[in-house]
Design a protein around this ligand. Structure first.
Ligand SMILES: Cc1cc2nc3c(=O)[nH]c(=O)nc-3n(C[C@H](O)[C@H](O)[C@H](O)COP(=O)(O)O)c2cc1C
Length: 336
């Protein structure tokens, strides 16, 4: 008998799909979602996801093997669609028999969904619009994550509450939809489940768990921050397709603005082309996130965090966070 009968009843399609006890994904977080946190999430009944980020195929190979050594529970791998070696990374997932691959960061390139399905894995996709969601679900996506702008990391322009109202009534009957962005407590999980979501994805809430390898200074910055400190990066030049990033404001956020101005100028002078300009912007954040998470450089590094950061006050074990979320959700549903 489950401790959370009402929650589990609403999550059933999600847990069947993921193979986990709770349909609670810990979204991939570059540098943070590695073997330790991913296995802790899965061992606590959730669904951990390795953030491949800019890893080489060899590094991903090692990370998957190491994660498997720490948990026998299901977990997924998140691949960024614009990774230059995307298909090699898919081969590594195939080699390990990864059961779920999350494709993030843009429309999956031709053949990628097919290549993943070819070795029997499920494909989880993101979609910023309803039309694209329908297209991706028609062309092989097995489940969808809708992620609102409250989230940490790269974000779209629309809030979770609006996306949920737009997507869930249209899709939830025939498709598996997980809701992400701004979820800090189980009460919010309850309401998205009631709207038709089969589960949720959280990042910020787990980023500074006890098992997270993030630097103590990164964690301190999280515990000190209020919701309003997790701000969106500014797009300086409309020609530069900067995807807004939500992170705690610091010197780094100002430096990113300066970097954009510099890149725009080099674009004007013909010194670099658009592709190169885009890469430089992407690389800035990749390096900056690592500096914050691993080195603890919370001055100029990028402390990616969602607005739910204001609800985090202390380091807790993953199992406690998971239990709290489930309990809050169950209590909320029981009061209805
Ligand atoms: C520090 C950090 C790094 C992230 N890195 C990635 C990433 O590499 N790939 C990805 O798809 N999402 C990334 N995300 C988004 C999370 O997977 C998740 O969807 C998001 O955190 C959910 O919203 P929340 O932060 O409000 O809980 C990141 C989020 C954070 C906070």
């Amino acid at each position: 008998m489950t401790e959370f009968p009402k929650t589990h009843a609403l999550m059933e399609r999600g847990t069947d799909f993921l193979g986990s006890e709770h349909a609670v994904l810990c979204g991939a977080m570059s540098w943070v979602s590695e073997r330790t946190l991913v296995s802790a999430i899965s061992n606590a009944g959730g669904f951990g996801v390795i953030a491949c980020g800019a890893m080489t195929p060899d590094l991903l190979d090692t990370e998957i093997a190491a994660t498997k050594a720490l948990t026998s529970k299901p977990f997924g791998v998140n691949l960024i669609t614009m990774h230059p070696q995307l298909f090699d990374l898919i081969d590594i997932c195939a080699k390990h028999g990864v059961t779920h691959v999350v494709l993030a960061g843009g429309i999956p390139p031709k053949g990628s969904v097919e290549a993943i399905k070819a070795f029997g894995a499920k494909v989880i996709v993101f979609a910023p619009t309803l039309a694209l969601a329908k297209k991706l679900l028609r062309s092989g996506g097995d489940a969808l994550v809708i992620e609102g702008m409250e989230a940490g990391g790269h974000i779209g322009p629309v809030s979770t509450s609006v996306l949920a109202q737009e997507f869930l009534p249209e899709l939830s009957e025939d498709h598996l939809v997980f809701v992400a962005g701004g979820i800090g407590r189980g009460q919010a999980i309850a309401s998205y489940l009631e709207m038709g979501a089969v589960g949720v994805q959280l990042g910020t809430r787990f980023a500074c768990a006890q098992e997270s390898i993030a630097h103590p200074d990164f964690k301190k910055a999280f515990f000190r921050a209020n919701a309003r400190d997790a701000i969106t990066s500014v797009q300086v030049d409309p020609r530069l397709p900067v995807i807004p990033v939500r992170a705690l404001k610091n010197k780094g956020t100002e430096e990113f603005t300066a970097k954009q101005i510099e890149v725009a100028k080099r674009l004007d002078s013909g010194e670099i082309e658009m592709g190169e300009a885009q890469l430089q912007i992407e690389h800035f954040w990749a390096g900056a996130l690592r500096r914050a998470v691993i080195d603890g450089d919370v001055e100029s590094g990028s402390i990616m965090a969602g607005q739910s950061v204001g609800m985090l006050k202390e380091e807790e074990p993953v199992a406690d966070i998971m239990h709290k979320l489930m309990l809050q959700c169950e209590e909320a549903l029981s009061k209805r």
